[in-house]
Design a protein around this ligand. Structure first.
Ligand code: ADP
Ligand code: GN1
Ligand code: MG
Length: 371
């Protein structure tokens, strides 16, 4: 057995998992947690698979609060599904408890670990393949918002304060810029100029919220395309994953992040920026999927701001990648030098592409409002 497999088997032994450990491997697609896939053979010879995940404690300062949120939300969704609300295909995300019944365990060599069911027959995508997939992803996140729409916001802890406070993210960038801990300011002047000239849009959604024009809801807050499991056979979205950031937020954050991750044909760290583009057919499919699931509760102002939310979330994510580049890549996992700067550049290219098509995007959404 390799050292990695031995480590995974050890972590798995803390949880109430039936059967004998067969194999384990690391899944690399997220930027935050350490994720392992572990397989076990049960007494009757069947192989069952599980996700073992170490919570990133640099990002989540209160992992037990994160776990409580996830426990509450997954249980709520299971109840709604059990009460007859249609689920995509019978698979919902749930936690396997530790040997003493707790929702997570402390690892022998540190860290907080949790165990989820592995969503079978599915895969995630980093880059969207076609409008149908965009539709499915947006429907899944919209359906998620619908499933938690009756869950009281005040029962969820705010695990990362100001997570989508774009204005505060911008202020933080300026603060890190002044300190320039890695001596990297010289190389980011162009990106900085681009962001500074759009500073006024960072507060728009927050001002609507403060004025009571937008309502806070239970939202996912990390609706990347690769946080939804898509069935390998039917292409249908089966289950939304990565529930670490589920907390009170704006529906628009979730829609905006979908446009950011499910309209461009380029990878998030693509260096050839000519490949980065917000494509209208994908956007239209996202609007369709999202509204099919949320039309019962989405307000006219939310509808109107869907295109704007895409621009502001792409800008916010660009700001976050740039801040992390300046700080020395301490937040997002990186595999190579300069990757966070490349990620920032794709986000800013996306902002530009959205700006070029904003009128068309607004017209499309307006038509939905009239139909
Ligand atoms: P991160 O916060 O690091 O993004 P995720 O929870 O998104 O972590 O997990 C990383 C990857 O692991 C996902 O993109 C997905 O491919 C896979 N994964 C996570 N949870 C599951 C699950 N329950 N079933 C199947 N695959 C999963
Ligand atoms: C992170 O965990 P992951 O890879 O799904 C990040 C998101 C960013 C995204 C950028 C908790 O998402 O907020 O938008 O990277 N998650 C957290 O790709 O910060
Ligand atoms: Mg993820």
């Amino acid at each position: 057995m390799s050292d990695l497999a031995r480590k995974i088997a050890e972590v798995g032994s803390f949880f109430k998992i039936d059967g004998d450990f067969v194999s384990g491997e690391e899944l690399e697609s997220g930027h935050i947690n350490t994720t392992y896939l572990a397989s076990y053979r049960t007494e009757c010879g069947e192989v069952s698979r599980y996700i073992l995940q170490r919570i990133n404690e640099h990002v989540f300062k209160e992992p037990l609060m994160v776990m409580k949120n996830i426990e509450r939300v997954t249980q709520h969704i299971q109840q709604r599904v059990a009460l007859g609300k249609e689920d995509f295909s019978g698979q919902t995300l749930h936690l396997y408890p530790g040997r003493d019944g707790e929702n997570c365990v402390a690892g022998a060599s540190g860290g907080i670990w949790r165990c989820y069911n592995f969503i079978e027959g599915c895969r995630t995508y980093d880059v969207v393949e076609d409008p149908r997939q965009a539709y499915e992803a947006a429907r899944a996140f919209g359906e998620f918002q619908d499933l938690v729409s009756d869950f009281p916001c005040d029962q969820l802890a705010v695990t990362i304060p100001g997570f989508h406070d774009t204005r505060a993210r911008y202020a933080r960038l300026l603060e890190v810029l002044r300190k320039d801990p890695q001596g990297r300011v010289e190389v980011i002047q162009e990106e900085l100029g681009f962001i500074q000239s759009r500073a006024e849009i960072t507060g728009v959604l927050l001002d609507h919220l403060k004025a009571g024009r937008l309502a806070e809801r239970v939202t996912h807050n990390d609706t990347k395309l690769n946080n939804v499991m898509i069935c390998e056979v039917t292409g249908k979205a089966v289950c939304v994953i990565d529930l670490d950031t589920v907390m009170p937020g704006l529906a628009l954050y979730d829609f905006g992040d979908l446009v950011r991750t499910a309209t461009s044909p380029a990878e998030e760290d693509e260096r050839d920026l000519s490949k980065v583009e917000m494509r209208m057919p994908m956007f239209e499919a996202l609007v369709g999927g999202y509204l099919d699931a949320t039309h019962n509760f989405i307000t006219p102002l939310e509808l109107e701001l869907l295109p704007f939310s895409a621009k502001v979330i792409a800008l916010e994510t660009g700001i976050r990648f740039l801040t992390d580049f300046l700080e020395g890549d301490i937040y997002f996992k990186t595999q190579r030098e300069g990757q966070n700067l490349d990620r920032c550049r794709t986000q800013l290219a996306l902002v530009k592409s959205i700006e070029e098509q904003e009128e068309e995007m607004n017209d499309f959404v307006k038509k939905w409002g009239q139909s």
